[in-house]
Write a protein that binds this ligand. Structure first.
Ligand code: NAD
Ligand code: TDX
Length: 334
């Protein structure tokens, strides 16, 4: 693999992926295709040599065709990614997540480019709060929100293009990521930046929901493993298999880590998310068994401490957007 196209490479996971590739695959030429929506930030790629940013839309067939023809492989991160936004304004989710993925698949079909599609555990719906059940690669799709429905749709398109047209594609479904460069609309960075700006952290409902947290670098190492050694046509679940924590417990960890001595920061309960998924849990044993992958971040508190430090020392990266993000949430009672 000499030339790699990364869609959505100015977003949270994509930018961390580009950084990982630069650090570990110095001979690979990296191009990023990113529309720079509100969620994309060219600054997330600052300081990287050998990375070209093409500002454009994955639903632009002519552009995508040219770039696919010039690339050995594509890793597809670009998406509208926030559930709360999809409940308010779902159209962009259909256009980018479904039509955009379709556009990429058609280009890949013409050029035979290796394609890796980055997806989410949310395509499986949710699990009951109690009980040890986990999502496997065989779990039936049952998405809950417009976001997860469009991601499920895009996964089905990839599978159909593999089966019908022999497109050389793989899919990964990963659980909730955390780490540097995550947009401050998301749970963990929202709370950290609330505290850093003197606002009160906001927990939806009772906070009993459970998310299966993974550090973004562990996710991205798995994506690279699948791209380089995965079996074409296959799907791999990615998850860190850590002790389960509720949103309330994560909130309390952040409030303790950022508190003053023994005094944690106080937080408040706000309106719950409509249709809120209760519990996610990934069975990633296939990835561990077949590709020898294992997570390196196995202490959530340590990972949170490092993430807090990153937001504390990168105010210039997030501060300008904070007020508008919070105004949007306030309008919805959150
Ligand atoms: P993000 O919202 O931080 O970044 C998305 C990027 O895509 C942005 O840079 C944005 O500008 C770009 N983009 C959006 N629409 C585009 C378009 N039409 N054309 C070109 N670029 C466009 O998202 P993220 O959290 O980094 O997620 C990346 C991928 O990983 C998504 O496909 C998401 O579904 C998946 N995923 C995310 C998580 C998570 O916890 N964040 C977990 C599992 C899977
Ligand atoms: O302020 C908040 N308070 C709160 O309690 C926010 C923003 C969220 N929450 C809750 C809702 C969820 O149960 O925290 C949990 C995590 O919320 P998000 O960060 O919005 O993530 P989630 O909806 O779980 O989806 C994420 O993981 C799967 C990503 O945004 C998706 O792109 C990915 O597919």
């Amino acid at each position: 693999m000499k030339s790699l196209l990364v869609t959505g490479g100015a977003g949270f996971i994509g930018a961390n992926f580009v950084r990982l590739v630069r650090a570990t695959r110095p001979d690979v030429r990296v191009r990023v295709l990113d529309k720079l929506t509100y969620a994309g930030n060219a600054e997330s790629l600052a300081g990287l040599d050998g990375v070209e940013l093409v500002v454009g839309d994955i639903a632009d067939a002519d552009l995508v065709d040219r770039l696919a023809g010039e690339s050995d492989a594509i890793v597809h991160f670009a998406a509208e990614s926030h559930n709360d936004n999809s409940l308010r304004a779902p159209e962009a989710f259909v256009t980018t997540n479904v039509v955009g993925t379709f556009t990429l698949l058609e280009a890949v079909r013409r050029h035979g480019t290796r394609f890796h599609h980055v997806s989410t555990d949310e395509v499986f719906g949710d699990l009951p709060l109690s009980g040890g059940e986990k999502f496997t690669e065989q779990t039936a799709y049952a998405p809950s929100s417009p976001y997860s429905a469009t991601k499920a749709g895009s996964d089905h398109l990839v599978r159909a293009w593999v089966r019908s047209f022999g497109v050389p594609a793989t899919i990964s479904n990963c659980s909730n990521n955390y780490g540097p460069y995550q947009h401050i609309e998301k749970f963990i960075p929202r709370q950290i930046t609330n505290i850093l700006t003197g606002r009160t952290p906001k927990l939806y409902g009772t906070g009993a929901q459970i998310r299966d947290w993974i550090h973004v670098d562990d996710h991205n190492r798995a994506v690279l493993d699948i791209l380089e050694r995965g079996v074409v046509g296959k799907t791999y679940n990615i998850g860190a298999d850590q002790p389960e924590v509720t949103n309330k417990q994560v909130m309390e960890m952040i409030c303790t880590l950022m508190g003053d001595g023994d005094e944690p920061v106080a937080y408040e309960h706000v309106a719950d998310r409509p249709g809120h998924d209760q519990r996610y849990a990934m069975d990633a044993s296939k990835l561990r068994r077949e590709l020898g992958w294992a997570p390196r971040y196995t202490d959530l508190e340590e990972g949170l401490r490092a993430t807090i430090e990153w937001y504390r020392t990168h105010r210039e990266w997030w501060l300008a957007s904070k007020e508008a993000v919070e105004e949007g949430y306030a309008a919805r009672g959150q």
